[in-house]
Ligand binder design. Structure first.
Ligand SMILES: [Mn+2]
Length: 237
């Protein structure tokens, strides 16, 4: 931010679950804490209800957007039929986030996309997904880990020309909570990190340095690199 103010970072909320039988829109504290520590001001954007006509004004108040983790994306958004391994989907959230991502791209609004968020970005930019990595990729590593969220499960190798190499170094041990993954990458995205089975684990926009995504969940990891990644995003707004 050229004027020295802390940027407003819009964190798109998850939908689901209930507290005392009342449905909730929520986000995890990991996103909020790491935005604070990275030098930004976190603000939650409800993913439901989400009148489209309000999006323009919401975006005008935000300096950057975080597309967060969540449920599977409906394959209709990338012209595929649902396979039997497809998990729970939320078409309302899909529609909202895909149009939000499209508008952010038009406005060149900085976007940090995490897990589902990275998949939303790819779909919004014309890419497709594996609906279930373990069925579609032979000898895939474990991408749906069974241990605690904040510890890693598989290695990721970084492209040595990418900003991620500067944040993480050559490789990092990351957590993994996705059974879907990028299949056809959008022409306007570049893969910058991969797991051993060649699943794309991070992407960046081919021409905008502050639009990028990772497939892992840095918001729940406590290593210094995860904090650095949020700080990198906020410093490049
Ligand atoms: Mn993974």
């Amino acid at each position: 931010m050229s004027n020295g103010s802390k940027p407003f970072i819009g964190i798109v909320a998850s939908f689901g679950g209930a507290i005392e039988k009342r449905e909730i829109n929520y986000t995890e504290l990991g996103y909020i804490d790491k935005v604070h520590k990275g030098g930004g001001i976190p603000l939650m954007i409800p993913s439901r209800p989400s009148p489209k006509e309000d999006m323009e004004r919401i975006l005008s108040k935000m300096d950057g957007i975080i597309l967060t983790g969540g449920v599977d994306i409906h394959p209709a958004f990338y012209a595929d039929e649902p396979s039997k391994e497809l998990g729970y989907v939320d078409v309302v959230r899909d529609e909202f986030e895909i149009s939000l991502a499209e508008r952010c791209l038009e406005l060149e609004k900085p976007l940090f996309c995490i897990c589902r968020g990275m998949q939303v970005l790819n779909v919004a930019m014309g890419g497709t997904l594996y609906q279930d990595i373990s069925r579609e990729i032979e000898d895939s590593v474990q991408h749906v880990q069974k241990n605690r969220d904040d510890s890693g499960i598989h290695y990721v190798n970084m492209d040595d020309d990418s900003f991620l190499f500067k944040v993480y170094g050559e490789k990092s041990f990351v957590n993994s909570y996705h059974h879907q993954g990028i299949k056809n990458l959008s022409d306007d995205l570049k893969a910058i990190a991969w797991s051993k089975d060649r699943i794309i684990e991070a992407v960046e926009h081919t021409s905008k340095e502050n639009i990028f995504g990772v497939q892992w969940h840095p918001e729940v990891m406590e290593d210094q690199c995860s904090y650095k990644l949020f700080k990198y995003f906020i410093e490049h707004i």
